[in-house]
Structure formats: C-alpha cells, structure tokens
Design a protein around this ligand. Structure first.
Ligand SMILES: [Ca+2]
Ligand SMILES: [Ca+2]
Ligand SMILES: [Zn+2]
Length: 207
C-alpha cells in the first residue's frame, strides 16, 4: 500500500508565461496551439494502455467545445520532445530525465504548443478499475490529457477540491491519494463540471 502522496506533474520544459485566473478550475502555463491534436500510441504501451488512452481521449472529446484529441497510429522508435509526433508512451521517468516521483507527465516545449508528448512512469503498477494495488490507467490518462488543453493540477488545499469526495473531485486533481483511496484515478475517469467548464473556457480563448 502506498502511503506517500506522489505528485502527478505536468512538465513544461520551459515556461513562457503564466496566466492564473481563478475560477472553479485553473488554467495557465500555455494555451493549446491547436484545436485538434492527433496523438500516437507508442510501442511502449501495452494493449490495455492503448485502450485506456483512447477511452480517455473520447471522454474529453465528448464535451463538444471544438477541441479534439484524435487517435492517429501506432508509433515506434525514440520518443522526441522536438519531433512532430504527439507520442503517448510508458517509460522509466528517471531514465529519461523526467521527475522520478511523478506518475504521469505531459511535456511541451517552450513556444511550441502545436506538439506534446505524454508519458506514464513505468516504475508504478497500473491496472483497470478501483483496486488499491495499482493506478487506474484510464483515469490517469484522462487527467494527463487535461494538461494538453492547458488545465492545471488542483491540490488538497485548492478551493475546487475542498469539500469534495472521490465521487465529485475534479479530474484535474493532481495527486494519487484522496478521500481514503490511493487510486483516486479510477474516479478521475469521469469529468466534473469544473473540468468541463475549464476546457470550454480555453476553447473560447482559442476558437
Ligand atoms: Ca514528440
Ligand atoms: Ca469524476
Ligand atoms: Zn497533473
């Protein structure tokens, strides 16, 4: 059983500007450079992971605000932050220079929000469901894909999180442990009103 909270980070390799309006969600660091991103499933993902990321993308697409994540193709080879591929991958974060304590990370380069890469840290155990001995893949991917749209992590002390339970905590809650479970990701599969409002706000800025 994991007793330690592990921060799930969005990694911006270089930060251009920070806008930080406080609504019932938080946006900042960047606005997406595209209204539709095509992502690829890297060969480091197993079939369960691919199923999970596609379900997570469908969840965000269902908000119907003009911002879409479309599956492109399977990819192989080296992951590059600077190529045109938006790879979804699994890797040992420490070995590739990402924060070793993170569970997932979404990576943009400074000034280029046309492309991203999104990874899960292979040192952890992943699965499907609400079990406590692993992290739910679909919920984790749903959370990370929210970062693609520019939504920021929320934490225990965030007004958006105070008073919430596992059943209504926003998907953008940024740690694994909440409301007595160490696998809050299972509950992050479904978007809450704050997540939907945040994405709609971002859509209104760029559409
Ligand atoms: Ca890339
Ligand atoms: Ca939910
Ligand atoms: Zn996060």
């Amino acid at each position: 059983m994991r007793k330690k909270l592990i921060i799930c980070v969005v990694t911006i390799l270089a930060i251009t500007s920070v806008i930080y309006p406080s609504f019932a969600y938080r946006v900042g660091l960047h606005l997406p450079g595209r209204t539709t991103y095509v992502y690829t499933a890297h060969s480091s993902l197993n079939s369960s992971m691919i199923t999970a990321v596609r379900a997570a993308a469908t969840t965000w697409n269902s908000t119907n605000d003009g911002l879409y994540l479309n599956y492109g193709f399977g990819s192989t080879g080296t992951i590059s932050w600077t190529d045109s591929r938006n790879d979804i991958f699994s890797a040992n974060f420490q070995q590739i220079g990402l924060p070793s304590s993170a569970i997932g990370a979404t990576i943009f380069l400074q000034g280029d929000f046309e492309t991203f890469d999104l990874g899960i840290n292979s040192v952890h155990s992943y699965g499907t469901g609400s079990g406590e001995s692993y992290f739910d893949l679909q919920g984790l991917f749903t959370h990370e894909l929210g970062h693609v749209w520019g939504l920021l992590d929320l934490f225990l002390s965030s007004p958006e999180v105070l008073g919430k339970t596992r059943n209504n905590v926003p998907t953008m809650y940024g740690m694994n442990s909440f409301d007595g479970t160490n696998n809050i990701y299972y509950y992050l599969r479904t978007l809450e009103s704050d997540d939907i409002a945040g994405k709609a706000y971002i859509a209104s800025l760029i559409n």
